[in-house]
Design a protein around this ligand. Structure first.
Ligand SMILES: Cc1cc2nc3c(=O)[nH]c(=O)nc-3n(C[C@H](O)[C@H](O)[C@H](O)COP(=O)(O)O)c2cc1C
Length: 451
């Protein structure tokens, strides 16, 4: 299969290809709107640029941030993004994605206090503003690997996902376990607040436990079947976290609004509707989170990075299956998110996944904001490659094309191999040695192994 790399030499070429594919990617004439404030609740941030959660697999064995972790976030804070959405931090040992995934607990709270202080100080000193820090509270569910070996904890049997990662009925978590987790999300919120984060994200995206529950149509009991049951843990987790909300600390959620699987295996689709998104339930959810649960800001995303990777983070066509043009993925993402923004305009909505567009990701983000598709954007892979992207955009008007992410996928390979993760291209000195270790490890895995 030919591997069609990103080859566009100008925005006009990008736009011509988009037009030929029949997709409408928003591009602004300038990035000026990105340097304007964004508001939610009683919070006002100086720009609309944020960093998406990006797991670094570089914790110490007890789940505390290591020197690598601190270095990463300090660099991001210096780079001027008004918001940093910290990576998935496990709320229980058994739900860790690896032995080196961050885990926040009472015993290591002080290490997290030191991390948030260092990050805020770095932002303040470099830019005159401390970044707004969101902690992503997560249970890895099907992708739990607490000992760097798969130990899946699943909501229901999913034949498509089990092609990539074996699971059986014994992996299905009980209703009692899920009930217990509701309280754990409350405890995680309290710890996040005590650790100095500004907000906690009750994460429900990318196929992890809460996201998997959202499509648990076939699960019996209190957490499956009806929409109310499928969203029960998310909502009760939010309620438990909200007990700790105050004027300085907020509850939010990163929500997956479409998984890329047909009914009954994905959220955001309709029975008989194939893979076509049907956003009625995600719209209902975001509206309820605004009106009934008092959330004022959310980030929206799509896909399952282990299986429908092209949906979560578009990459060069032909590199892996399915052979979808990445512009189709961008179009699905931004207009799906835009549909939610238009349905619930009161909610401040961050969008996701601009990085594939490289040096045009800035004008794309500005276009999305100008067209009312979102209020702000979280940059993922771009932040690994160039943590200074926000200052470049806000201070000079454009991102530095010599520093952009090449969407090579090597950071994704590293995370799957539980190796410290970062940009192998732009920071080869640190990350190439880990990449070589990954290549060795890969030799011993089946061809279809995905994390
Ligand atoms: C190495 C790596 C780690 C990631 N870790 C997380 C994570 O911890 N939590 C999360 O919600 N998304 C995670 N993501 C997804 C990103 O936040 C983001 O949604 C995705 O990369 C698309 O954005 P981009 O096109 O700007 O890269 C990760 C992605 C990569 C490549």
């Amino acid at each position: 299969m030919p591997h069609e790399r990103f080859h566009y030499k100008s925005l006009e070429e990008v736009q011509a290809t988009a037009a030929a594919l029949g997709v409408n990617l928003p591009f602004a004439k300038t990035t000026a709107v990105l340097g304007t404030p964004i508001t939610f609740g009683n919070v006002q941030l100086p720009n609309r640029l944020g960093i998406a959660p990006m797991e670094g697999a570089d914790s110490t064995p007890d789940g505390s941030p290591s020197e690598y972790t601190t270095r990463r976030y300090v660099a991001e804070a210096k780079g001027g993004s008004a918001l940093i959405w910290f990576e998935a931090i496990s709320i229980v040992e058994e739900g860790r994605s690896s032995k080196t995934q961050l885990l926040l607990c009472r015993e290591n709270l002080d290490a997290y206090k030191r991390l948030t202080e260092a990050v805020k100080q770095a932002g303040l000193a470099a830019n005159g503003h401390a970044p707004y820090l969101v902690m992503q509270a997560n249970h890895s569910g099907r992708y739990s690997n607490p000992d760097n070996r798969p130990a899946p904890m699943i909501a229901y049997r999913h034949p498509e996902l089990e092609q990539y990662r074996a699971a059986d009925d014994s992996c299905i978590v009980s209703d009692d376990y899920l009930k217990m987790l509701e309280e754990k999300f409350g405890e995680a919120a309290l710890l996040a607040k005590q650790a100095g984060f500004d907000a906690v994200d009750i994460k429900s995206c990318h196929g992890y436990l809460l996201a998997e529950l959202s499509s648990a149509y076939t699960r019996p009991g209190e957490y499956g079947g009806s929409y109310e049951n499928r969203t029960r843990l998310l909502k009760n987790g939010i309620l438990a976290a909200k007990a700790h909300e105050d004027e300085h600390f907020m509850v939010t959620s990163r929500l997956g609004i479409y998984d890329g699987y047909a009914y009954p295996w994905g959220f955001g689709v309709r029975e008989g509707g194939g893979l076509t998104p049907d956003l009625a339930e995600p719209i209902r959810l975001v509206r309820e989170l605004y009106e009934d649960y008092g959330l004022r800001m959310v980030d929206l995303t799509m896909g399952n990075p282990y299986a429908t990777t092209h949906v979560t983070r578009p990459f060069d066509k032909g590199k892996y299956q399915p052979d979808e043009h990445p512009f189709l993925g961008l179009d699905r993402m931004i207009h799906g998110i835009g549909a939610l923004k238009q349905a619930v305009p009161e909610m401040t909505i961050y969008a996701s996944a601009p990085t594939y567009l490289r040096q045009y990701a800035d004008l794309y983000t500005a276009g999305a904001v100008e067209q009312g598709l979102c209020d702000g954007m979280l940059f993922g892979r771009m932040a690994f490659a160039d943590p200074d992207f926000a200052n470049e955009i806000v201070r000079t008007g454009r991102i530095d094309p010599s520093r952009v992410c090449m969407t090579c996928g090597m950071c994704g390979d590293l995370i799957r191999a539980h190796k410290p993760t970062g940009c192998v291209v732009r920071n080869a000195e640190t990350f190439m040695p880990f990449y070589k270790e990954f290549l060795e490890l890969k030799k011993n895995q089946p061809a279809n192994f995905r994390g």
